[in-house]
Design a binder for this molecule. Structure first.
Ligand SMILES: *Cc1c(COP(=O)(O)O)cnc(C)c1O
Length: 405
């Protein structure tokens, strides 16, 4: 998954260009910056690499989601449908614009179940936000059909799936808007950063203003810019953009290694007939950042996690069911709607209601799932050794379960 693993002179060079001029801000200072515009260059590279018309960099992926939702006009009284398995940032962004996060079940794609989405639609629903978790995709044709039928926005949280595609299109460029995160552990990194991608000029221009206090960026003089609406500061810095610029030029290299390492390890795991793999709606488009696999029961899965831990081979394997940050089960702060600032009592009640629904369908999937993250640094021998150790643990647990059962 992570581009930080291959940190190099190329990143250092781009950062150094910015350090030479000392102009660390992305706007203004036209003379002293001596033609160095890393953020603009990175936005252009994003449009060219992923095939979208517009890209607006932000200070984080969370800020990108918040920005996209604001540009879509999502706010008070609106509901946004999003999955029970994601990173907390997805619902944080919905809450930040005053809308209701309507969490619904995932299916064996580990992303939004289209049936669950259909069942959750109300007159208040404004958008569907699939989260392309762990390098692979939601069933986009189904979700597009639902959004068209019900006149809803489709906002893709593609923060974890940089470089993945669906039927030839990059994830994040298919819906009305899409976002990537460039935080430190994502496929390519800026250290911190994110982007809103869209083909809609109006959404872009609103995103552009929103991330910079509402500046319309129409004149040469920042002080004379107009503020057609209230914005915030979600700007990226030139230092961060410089890192991202070096990384995006290396993205194809990262993805090639990732896919190769993924396939090698997956082949070894596939020797165990009791293991099944996540359903991928377009297998050719999987970015390969994770292998997500299922065992027959929750008990067996937990025993495998325990045994991998005992043998010191758990790092890099994620049992989301027990994870504090990625799955509804441990989101007590959301279930209690514990915020530092007061929410409107109606919003608070709705947040609690949606977070405490029955998620047994998701539980049945997530309690049997382990995701193995793919390193770009592994050698073929290391992959073989890793795979064999994992298979030995799994076989041992399966064998014990058979005897006990
Ligand atoms: C990383 C991530 C985000 C947020 O990104 P940050 O840049 O860390 O704010 C949002 N959604 C998902 C699914 C993520 O994995």
């Amino acid at each position: 998954m992570p581009g930080y693993e291959l940190w190099s002179d190329k990143e250092r060079k781009e950062v150094n260009d910015v350090l030479e001029t000392g102009i660390l801000m992305r706007y203004g200072f036209d003379g002293p910056r001596k033609g160095i515009w890393k953020s603009k260059e990175l936005e252009e590279a994003i449009c060219n690499t992923f095939g979208c018309k517009y890209a607006q960099l932000t200070s984080s992926g969370t800020a990108a989601l918040t920005t996209a939702m604001s540009a879509l006009g999502i706010g008070y009284g609106d509901e946004v449908i999003t999955p029970s398995f994601t990173f907390v940032a997805s619902f944080e962004a919905i809450l930040s614009v005053g809308a209701v996060p309507v969490l619904v079940d995932v299916d064996d794609t580990l992303t939004l179940s289209p049936d669950a989405v259909r069942n959750a639609i109300t007159p208040q629903t404004k958008a569907v936000m699939p989260v392309h978790m762990c390098g692979s995709m939601a069933d986009m044709d189904e979700l597009i059909a639902i959004c068209n039928e019900h006149d809803l926005f489709l906002l893709e949280d593609a923060c974890q799936s940089i470089g993945a595609t669906y039927k030839g299109k990059h994830l994040g460029t298919i819906g009305d808007a899409g976002t990537f995160s460039f935080d430190f552990v994502k496929t390519m990194t800026c250290a911190e950063g994110g982007v809103v991608m869209t083909n809609n000029e109006d959404l872009y221009s609103k995103s552009d203003g929103y991330t910079d206090h509402g500046h319309d960026h129409k004149g040469a003089d920042r002080g004379a810019d107009l503020h057609p609406f209230i914005g915030y500061n979600y700007r990226i810095s030139e230092l961060h953009a410089a890192v991202g610029l070096a990384q995006i030029r290396r993205l194809q290299e990262f993805l090639a290694i990732q896919k190769k390492n993924n396939a090698l390890l997956k082949n070894i795991l596939a020797e165990v007939p009791e293991i099944s793999f996540r359903r991928v709606p377009d297998p050719a488009g999987d970015s390969g950042s994770f292998i997500s696999w299922f065992l027959p029961t929750a008990e067996i899965t937990k025993a495998v996690v325990t045994e991998m831990k005992a043998q010191g081979i758990l790092p890099g394997n994620f049992y989301w069911f027990d994870n504090n940050w990625h799955y509804i089960r441990k989101w007590d702060h959301l279930k209690n709607s514990t915020t530092l600032n007061a929410l409107h009592p109606d919003l608070k009640a709705q947040v609690i209601q949606h977070a405490t629904k029955d998620f047994s369908v998701s539980d049945a999937i997530m309690s049997r799932c382990i995701s193995t993250s793919i390193s770009l640094l592994w050698t073929e021998e290391q992959i073989k050794e890793k795979g064999e150790k994992m298979v030995a643990v799994i076989k041992k647990v399966l064998c014990a379960a058979k005897i006990a059962g």
